[in-house]
Design a binder for this molecule. Structure first.
Ligand SMILES: [Zn+2]
Length: 61
């Protein structure tokens, strides 16, 4: 489980924008860059080189 304080500190290393946890809380998403930063052993890997590109998401209806 991620705590809110940690989320407040974390920012996307590429755009310095806010990130949000995935539904499963196994990663952090930057919506601007469409990148997924994995969380391994409870530690978010905030590295552009390690980030995975997200597939385009359909708009919620
Ligand atoms: Zn970003």
């Amino acid at each position: 489980m991620l705590n809110q304080e940690l989320l407040d500190i974390l920012a996307c290393p590429q755009c310095k924008g806010p990130v949000r946890p995935t539904a499963k809380q196994d990663g952090l998403i930057c919506d601007r860059c469409r990148l997924l930063y994995e969380i391994r052993d409870g530690i978010p890997i905030m590295l552009i080189d390690e980030a995975k590109p997200l597939p385009p998401e359909p708009e919620p209806r």
